[in-house]
Each structure stands twice: as structure tokens, then as C-alpha cells.
Design a protein around this ligand. Structure first.
Ligand code: M6P
Ligand code: ZN
Length: 188
């Protein structure tokens, strides 16, 4: 028959390698510098242009009957006092949900709806987080080691960065004298 064949993927955590390799998305500061609050600090880090995160995608068809899945490695670091984070997105098909499973490091999952509702969840090894339909989502590394998590979502969901790239989320996650704080996003 023509059924899609089952397969395994292996994530070699110590080497940040996915087998088989699939599509890797690499995001450096220069790919997202305008998202951070402290533009002076962002500019001063530009020569170094640190690696902020990598997404290791398992390749499956982008249709509703399939489940996209990937591993994200979000590195520790800050731009000014704001922690390294993913760009964040709504799904192109807005009402598609997502599940995260954290297995290394620590961070926050920040979410908001188009009505302006805001929620955040802590993630640490063992946490399973549910992003319900209609919530934009971004992860933030609030720790000092790589923050590593698995994500799964419907095959046809897609990524919509538009709104988030312009103004971001309602809140930003910052270091305030050694403590992790959620503060209002002045641009929002
Ligand atoms: C998670 C998932 C992916 C996403 C990645 C990086 O692994 O939500 O779909 O691509 O994080 O986030 P972003 O695409 O917002 O940069
Ligand atoms: Zn998503």
C-alpha cells in the first residue's frame, strides 16, 4: 500500500545532532535584533553576533493528518537585561495548538491572544506545556545552560511572525539584580 512509513528520529543531546538531520533553523542575534528592548546593547553585540537558538525539525508533510515535531536548543544569554528568546509566532491557521516537553535547562513559555490576554508558564526538565488554539507563543531561556525542549503541532499549522515581529508580546522577561522578572513591554 501507499501508507506513510513509521520512522524514528534520534536526538543526540550532547552534540545537538538530530538523526536523520532534517531541516535546521539557525537564528543568530542579527536575525532578530529588533525584537529586543535594549537596542544599544543589541547593536554592541552585533560584531559577535551570538547564536541564540537552533531548531532541529523532523521532516513530515505539512498537512493536517501529520504532526510536525522538532527540538529547540535555546542558548543562555541576554541582550542588555532581556533574556535570549525565540522570535515567537501565532500559527498561520490560528486555531492550531502545540505541546512542549522540556528536557534540559529552564525557561518560560510566554503566550498571548489577539484579544490581549497574556499567560506565562515555567518550564524545567519534565514539564509538559500545552499551548491551546489561538495563543501566540515564545520561549525564553532564564537559566545559565542551554534550554532544550521538544515541540509537536498539527502539520498544517504554519508560522505567522507578522504581529509579533512588529511589537512583540505584552511583557518581556528580564534579569533584575539577579532575579527573573516579567515587566511590561514599553513598545506594546
Ligand atoms: C518551537 C516550535 C517551532 C518553532 C520554534 C522556534 O520549537 O514552536 O515551531 O519554530 O519553537 O520558535 P520561532 O519559530 O517562533 O522562532
Ligand atoms: Zn507554534
Amino acid at each position: 500500500t501507499t501508507h506513510f512509513k513509521p520512522f524514528n528520529t534520534l536526538f543526540l543531546e550532547s552534540q545537538s545532532i538530530l538523526e536523520p538531520k532534517g531541516k535546521v533553523i539557525t537564528r543568530r542575534l542579527s536575525d532578530m535584533a529588533e525584537l529586543y528592548q535594549d537596542q544599544k546593547s543589541a547593536q554592541s553585540l552585533m560584531d559577535e553576533n551570538p547564536l541564540v537558538y537552533e531548531v532541529f525539525n523532523v521532516e513530515v508533510p505539512e498537512s493536517i493528518e501529520h504532526i510536525q515535531h522538532c527540538i529547540t536548543v535555546l542558548y543562555p544569554g541576554k541582550v542588555g537585561e532581556e533574556f535570549f528568546m525565540t522570535k515567537g509566532h501565532y500559527h498561520e491557521i490560528l486555531n492550531r495548538a502545540e505541546i512542549y516537553f522540556c528536557f534540559k535547562g529552564e525557561g518560560k513559555l510566554v503566550m498571548q491572544t489577539q484579544d490581549g490576554d497574556y499567560e506565562e508558564l515555567d518550564m524545567k526538565p519534565g514539564t509538559i506545556s500545552y499551548v491551546p488554539p489561538n495563543w501566540a507563543h515564545r520561549t525564553v531561556n532564564t537559566g545559565e545552560e542551554p534550554f532544550v525542549f521538544f515541540a509537536a503541532y498539527p502539520g498544517d499549522a504554519g508560522h505567522n511572525y507578522g504581529d509579533i515581529e512588529k511589537i512583540g508580546f505584552r511583557k518581556v522577561i528580564v534579569n533584575e539584580s539577579g532575579e527573573v522578572k516579567t515587566v511590561d513591554n514599553p513598545r506594546y
